[in-house]
Design a protein around this ligand. Structure first.
Ligand code: ATP
Ligand code: SF4
Ligand code: MG
Length: 378
């Protein structure tokens, strides 16, 4: 599927100056090392998350960005332990959270951490809310699970406060509503209230605003940012939209076909994109300075089939700078000028190979031998 911009314009200047970077020296709260999650299917093993390593520091906001099918949700669900290893699923690697390896933690112990240590806000809270139970009861039950010492009345009072804190008007009255009686934005606020009920240290927000209109999207993202700051939480914001993370994250990891292909502090990434896929995502964004009917760029082609092993760069079929080496050898993650910035690419943005190919606008390939120059592949 091609990248579709979703109406979150970003200034060409990139992120806002207040997108503060978290201290690079802080010890990670979450450290994922070489995580692989694959699904056995009739088509073969689908490598949805393929050797991913990333860390999240306390109070930091990490954005995970990529097109549909790049493995963002499988990554988030793998870390949460919501994809249980079984006959059809393979999960390997280490997921260190506050000193414990979640991959090896007994399921009973992991469940105790849900909500109180790590919580998740989903794209559509209708899938997580019970449609036949009033929201007050759903929140109160969550509150009492985390704070069993509270009486029923105390839990209800705490639930009203939670609803108030996420911006639900007349929260005492809303306690009696069923999920379908609320708007999409209000339902998402309830979903956020439930996720926050146990005061987690890390919140995964997986496309929390995709189902909402643009104005409500901004309100919900602002709410998440406020709650994060007040509660000193870390947050992983998963989205297919670089515009969403531009002003709201400290660091960004770009995923493509199950791999992290570029990661950097947000400001560094916007100032110095190296990986052609990130460049293409950026080019697909609507820009504030362009007239309203400007045609948007989509990334031509489709992501690769994850059930088919690939020897080279996974973006090669869609990259304007792809050459023979790209198809034969996968580029490793290498460090850019900023030690916090790494990317996978043999001919990064700014290299003569990339710039000449991008200028030509067509894919090129190299012929082997010193007397053979680059030639058009198609
Ligand atoms: N249970 C499953 N069995 C087989 N394949 C799966 C399963 N769940 C996910 N996949 C595959 O894993 C890949 C990554 O999926 P994932 O849902 O993580 O993508 P995503 O980046 O979150 O996309 P989107 O932006 O559409 O939410 C996709 O190719 C998907 O088809
Ligand atoms: S230049 Fe080569 S290695 Fe870099 S993204 Fe394009 S295809 Fe991949
Ligand atoms: Mg997803």
């Amino acid at each position: 599927m091609s990248a579709k911009p979703t109406g979150n314009p970003v200034s060409a200047a990139g992120p806002a100056p207040d997108a503060a970077a978290s201290p690079a020296t802080a010890a990670p709260l979450l450290e994922v090392v070489d995580l692989c999650t694959g699904f056995h299917t009739p088509r073969g093993l689908v490598r949805a998350v393929d050797h991913v390593s990333i860390a999240v520091r306390p109070e930091e906001t990490l954005g995970i960005v990529g097109e549909s099918g790049s493995g963002k949700s499988v990554f988030a669900r793998s870390v949460m332990g919501l994809i249980a290893p079984g006959q059809r699923v393979e999960r390997t690697g280490r997921i260190m959270f506050a000193g414990r390896d979640l991959v090896r933690l007994p399921r009973r112990e992991l469940r105790k951490m849900w909500g109180s240590e790590i919580a998740m806000v989903l794209q559509d809270p209708l899938t997580s809310l019970n449609p036949v139970t009033r929201i007050g009861r759903q929140i109160s039950e969550t509150v009492r699970r985390h704070r069993p010492e509270l009486s029923r009345g105390e839990a209800e009072a705490a639930s009203v406060e939670l609803l108030r804190s996420v911006g639900i008007p007349e929260p005492a009255k809303r306690m009696h509503a069923y999920p379908h009686q609320l708007s999409g934005g209000m339902r998402q606020r309830v979903g956020i209230a439930i996720a926050l009920a146990g005061n987690p240290r890390l919140l995964f927000a997986d496309e929390p605003t995709t189902a909402l209109d643009v104005t409500v999207q901004h309100q919900i993202l602002d709410l998440l940012g406020r709650q994060q700051a007040e509660r000193h939480m870390a947050m992983v914001l998963v989205t297919h939209d670089l515009g969403v993370v531009a002003t709201r994250t400290d660091r960004i990891a770009v995923m493509y076909a199950g791999r992290i292909v570029e990661t950097a502090p947000t400001r560094t990434l916007f100032a110095n994109v190296m990986m052609p896929y990130t460049r293409a995502l950026l080019d697909a964004l609507p820009r504030l300075e362009e007239p309203s009917h400007t045609r948007l760029n989509a990334i031509p082609g489709h992501p690769p089939n994850l059930a088919v092993p690939m020897p080279g760069c996974r973006f090669a079929d869609r990259c304007p700078a792809a050459r023979r080496k790209c198809r034969e050898q996968e580029p490793p993650l290498v460090q850019a000028d900023d030690p916090e910035h790494s990317y996978r690419c043999w001919y990064p943005v700014g290299s003569p190979e990339y710039e000449s190919s991008a200028a030509a606008g067509t894919e090129t390939t190299e012929r082997s031998g010193s007397d053979q120059g680059a030639m058009r592949e198609r």
